[in-house]
Design a protein around this ligand. Structure first.
Ligand SMILES: [Zn+2]
Length: 358
């Protein structure tokens, strides 16, 4: 299944002058990376005189991993997650924060709305993410996959659904932006957000192919205070719109840029690798157990073979043996006796303080 926004209106024009393409139009900021280094990466580029900058991303391996953990979901949720992943990479590369960025959909009201879907991405462009959909909603579509596959973007985000973009810099002030999910698709919603909230007119195209585990995107954004930047964005985005999913997924990123903007002076930066990397750990799993109510802990402490806990974002299974649970249970019980908290909330507070999630 392939999703693309294609506009062929400039193709004739492009072909007519194709002979004028020269190597000089594509200035390398640094020596060119070989083409096989360009998959699973994002490339920034700049039209200096036009006052427009951009980013292009193509991912396969990270998407394979992401999809492996979405296997129980219908196609539209997978589609949304693949687009969210590319959007997160483009946003993170734009914000250039030294910390992490989270893009999270909070589903609104609606019979098929998601609870949430998120991608968390760090400064090295390693990301992980997941979606949450009610089991009741999923059960409705049991044996009716065709119906589930017809769910639209609007169905999934529901009425009043929002996208929250949060940046958590290692140094500096936390940033949060809220995007109303009231357009037909994710890219339109983000364009509206950048225009209205950030005063940075932006065009964004997102592409994905579930069967081939491919996702990618192309973003153009004005650089403020440069003459004619809005007109330049309009001109360049017409060219961008001719990019097809097939081209993006088969060509190197530099080659895609060369074909799109052959007639414009462009500075292209070195590809930056993107990867799927979960932040789960045994300690985080133990923390989750520490947060359980005392009666549940007591029950678990009687499991002779211990328990297996699966990370929802990457699917990794962690084994916790009986002795480990017994220690947690004993600590929680002592804490309760000391503080007299009947529901284990003292335990949760304690665990949160001792093992702050980063
Ligand atoms: Zn994980």
């Amino acid at each position: 299944m392939s999703d693309q926004q294609n506009n062929n209106s400039t193709n004739a024009n492009q072909q007519a002058s194709a002979v004028e393409i020269t190597e000089n139009n594509l200035q390398q900021q640094t020596p060119a990376a070989s083409d096989d280094q360009q998959q699973d990466s994002v490339v920034r580029f700049l039209f200096e005189q036009h006052g427009v900058r951009g980013e292009i991303v193509h991912m396969h391996q990270p998407i394979t991993t992401l999809l492996a953990n979405l296997s129980t979901y219908p196609q539209p949720i997978k589609s949304l997650m693949l687009e969210l992943a590319s959007a997160a990479v483009l946003i993170a590369a734009t914000l250039k924060t030294d910390g992490t960025v989270t893009v999270q959909i909070q589903g609104g009201r609606g019979p098929n709305a998601l609870n949430f879907a998120f991608i968390n991405i760090d400064k090295n462009l390693n990301f992980y993410g997941n979606a949450s959909w009610d089991q009741e909603k999923a059960a409705k579509f049991q044996g009716k996959e065709d119906e589930a596959n017809k769910l639209s973007f609007a169905d999934l985000v529901g009425n009043g659904g929002i996208l929250v973009i949060s940046a958590f810099p290692e140094n500096g002030v936390r940033y949060q932006g809220i995007v109303a999910l009231d357009q037909d698709n994710l890219s339109r919603c983000l364009e509206e957000y950048f225009k209205d909230s950030e005063q940075l007119p932006t065009t964004l195209q997102l592409y994905h192919d579930i069967d081939q585990a491919q996702s990618g995107g192309l973003m153009l954004q004005i650089i403020p205070n440069i003459e004619h930047n809005i007109e330049s964005l309009a001109h360049l985005s017409t060219l961008s719109a001719t990019l097809t999913a097939e081209e993006l997924f088969s060509l190197s990123l530099h080659e895609s840029l060369r074909r799109l903007y052959w007639n414009d002076q462009i500075v292209v930066y070195q590809p930056e690798p993107v990867d799927f990397k979960c932040v789960c750990s045994k300690e985080r799993i133990l923390n989750a157990i520490r947060g359980l109510p005392l009666d549940e802990l007591e029950e678990l402490a009687q499991e002779e073979n211990g328990i297996d806990m699966t990370c929802h974002s990457c699917g990794k299974v962690y084994h916790v043996d009986m002795d480990e649970i017994k220690i947690i249970y004993a600590a929680a019980r002592d804490e309760m006796e000391k503080n007299g908290t009947p529901d284990g909330s003292a335990t949760v507070a304690n665990a949160t303080g001792a093992y702050q999630d980063k």
